[in-house]
Design a protein around this ligand. Structure first.
Ligand code: UDP
Length: 433
């Protein structure tokens, strides 16, 4: 029987703006994280009733930011504040430029091609009409729309709070790119980062919010054996009992470590039957996908038991099934803002082998709920050793997977991220309370 408060929570169904209610409610979250956490959220949400928040990023689908926004915005709206979501648009040249900036901010070495600077500002200017002048808080994600703030009139700037959230591993070596971002972000009211390891020494209040996954989304909800099997059959992946599946889900991006995974797999497969699945997809703000996919296709063609899939960005149910079918999940990133795919794998009770970079060590405790490997080419041999160990010790792999799920339940579910975000809204608007 439901307690009174669970019933009350049950009445608060989640509504997706312009789409009608979702097939889940706050009560469904309460069953996972406990009623108390939901009641705390309801209380905080109540305090933010009537507050208008606008979130802005550069892709409706594809990548971790879109993944989180799809889940968090309906929840925020259910709890109290009035939250909208806008996505900036731009020409391919704009996204080519912002990907260059992204790569250099993550530590790419060389001379950045900054020819697109003008198109960056022109595109931000054109997109400025998306900004709701009545919003109390504008939350901008990543560098692509960060320039919007520059087009704000001084009067509106006085009444609106502008927050910038960084989802990348900020470790730039290039001074021009660093200065570009620093001077821009210092005009915000606060900046939010995903790891204490890459807080810059900028003159702006900074806060940490670790990212999160939604246990009830298409990507992460429970699936039946038949549903998983149907996806494997559709993509011609067979025999996973005899040849365990090792999966890497990531945008085809230079920092995600796909080639390292191939290298490690080649070593393991010499001695143990197994198969490797590399799944990626397009994000509209990432122009590198196709090039890297084609490079990988050439390498993979020569190898047996490698499946390379370039899926549409809304293939959440398929990815869920593949992650659940896998014996081991890889995320050998060389740089990583956070790496939602790590938590996604852990939530599905899989041992995850991840690069010791960015936000990954916040999720994986080496040897406890997965393994950390050296980011970069030296990590390939380590990854091969860890895969071999896990395939030869399935009981250990199962135990690590269980611990991984507990870790995610404790620290990386959306209810915690939502609380952190609402608290930040409250603190930024009502600092004395
Ligand atoms: N993802 C997806 N399709 C793909 C590749 C990735 O849906 O082909 C999802 C993945 O499941 C995860 C998100 O995109 O939810 C990636 O987030 P992460 O933080 O790992 O990396 P990002 O792409 O943001 O750098």
């Amino acid at each position: 029987m439901k307690t009174d408060s669970l019933k009350w929570i049950d009445d608060r169904c989640l509504t997706v703006p312009e789409k009608g209610p979702q097939d889940k409610s706050l009560a469904d979250y309460a069953k996972i994280v406990g009623e108390q956490k939901i009641e705390e959220l309801l209380k905080l949400g109540e305090e933010l009733k009537g507050v208008k928040v606008q979130q802005v990023n550069s892709a409706r689908l594809g990548g971790g930011v879109a993944e989180m926004l799809h889940s968090v915005i309906p929840l925020e709206n259910t709890l109290g504040p009035d939250v909208s979501w806008e996505v900036i648009t731009g020409l391919p040249e704009f996204f080519a430029y912002t990907k260059t900036i992204h790569n250099f901010l993550q530590g790419k070495i060389g001379v950045p091609d900054l020819v697109g600077t003008k198109i960056y500002w022109d595109t931000n200017k054109e997109n400025f009409q998306l900004i709701n002048q009545n919003a109390d808080i504008v939350l901008i994600h990543d560098p692509q729309p960060a320039g919007l703030i520059k087009f704000l009139d001084p009067e509106t700037r006085k009444r609106q709070k502008w927050l910038w959230r960084c989802h990348i591993q900020l470790s730039p070596k290039d001074l021009i790119v660093t200065e570009f971002l620093r001077s821009l972000i210092e005009s915000y009211d606060a900046a939010i980062f995903s790891s204490p390891k890459f807080l810059p020494s900028w003159k702006i209040p900074m806060t940490l919010i670790l990212p999160y996954i939604d246990p009830l989304s298409e990507k992460n909800k429970e699936l039946s054996e038949q549903e998983i099997r149907a996806v494997l059959d559709k993509y011609g992946i067979a025999n996973i009992d005899k040849k365990p599946l090792i999966a890497l889900v990531s945008r085809f991006d230079p920092f995600k470590g796909h080639s390292l995974a191939l290298e490690a797999f080649k070593r393991v497969r010499k001695n143990i039957p197994c198969q490797l699945l590399l799944i990626g997809g397009t994000a509209s703000d990432d122009p590198e996908n196709q090039i890297i996919f084609e490079q990988l296709s050439v390498k993979a063609r020569k190898l047996q038991d490698v499946h390379l899939l370039n899926l549409p960005p809304d293939s959440h149910a398929e990815i869920n099934a593949f992650q659940r079918a896998a014996a081991i999940i890889l995320q050998p990133s060389i740089k990583e803002g956070f790496g939602l795919t790590v938590s996604e794998g852990m939530w599905k009770e899989k041992p995850v082998i991840g690069g010791n970079a960015g936000g990954i060590p916040a999720q994986i405790v080496d040897g406890y709920n997965g393994f950390l490997i050296t980011p970069g080419p030296e990590g390939a041999a380590e990854m091969a050793d860890r895969i071999t160990y896990l395939l030869q010790n399935p009981a250990v792999a199962r135990e690590m997977g269980k611990r991984g799920k507990e870790t995610v339940k404790e620290r990386f579910l959306i209810t915690r991220g939502l609380y952190d975000e609402l608290l930040l809204f409250k603190n930024i608007l009502f600092p004395a309370c």
